[in-house]
Design a protein around this ligand. Sequence first.
Ligand SMILES: [Zn+2]
Length: 66
Amino acid sequence: MAHPKRKHSRSRSRKRRTHQKVSKPLLVECKECHRQKKAHMVCPFCGYYGGKEVVKIEIKEKKKKQ
Ligand SMILES: [Zn+2]
């Protein structure tokens, strides 16, 4: 099997990895609550997607009552 003759320097490995980056999630403004949310995802704050309530969010309502 092919085998590396010499150890790569840390610098060499790090130079290669400068191209590996985690991209930021695409954020858009929610049409219902006007907060930043991920595009193509149900809003985590109001539970709306495409002008309809898809998921009911109960955590905040409970906190307000207490
Ligand atoms: Zn929202």
